[in-house]
Design a protein around this ligand. Structure first.
Ligand SMILES: [Cu+2]
Length: 134
């Protein structure tokens, strides 16, 4: 009687402990590459058109396979330089628009391959404010 009652509970405990034990191993010792910050910052309005768009990752991505695209509010691709790593900090990747960005909202779409081979992607928006004063 006591054994039959204790067994399911014991199994549950073992399953729980097993899961807790396995979870950190599945994640690996280092977290996946992620975007820490950007310039312009996500969801901000900048007063002047940025000469470059810079993304700061948690670790240096593999530049082969890294793309950063800029799309305007009409979902048109904006001409920029291709993504390059900052020579002084390989975690920072930037693109430069080929011409001054007109006022409007933009989406930055990024895709990188981390050193561990995992592809990470994301996007964020920012806006260039009009020169009109409010
Ligand atoms: Cu990974």
């Amino acid at each position: 009687m006591t054994i039959s009652r204790a067994t399911p509970a014991l199994l549950l405990v073992l399953v729980f402990l097993g899961g807790a034990w396995l979870a950190p191993a599945a994640e690996g010792s280092a977290p996946h590459l992620r975007l820490l910050s950007s310039s312009p910052q996500a969801d901000t309005v900048v007063g002047t058109a940025p000469a470059e768009i810079r993304l700061v990752f948690s670790e240096p991505p593999q530049m082969r396979g890294t793309t950063v695209r800029l799309v305007n509010a009409s979902e048109e691709l904006v001409a920029t330089s291709s993504a390059a790593a900052d020579p002084e900090d390989a975690r920072q990747v930037f693109i430069r628009p080929e011409s001054t960005l007109p006022a409007g909202s933009y989406t930055v779409m990024w895709r990188v391959i981390a050193q561990d081979g995992h592809t990470q992607r994301g996007d964020f928006d920012f806006s260039v404010g009009s020169t009109d004063r409010e």
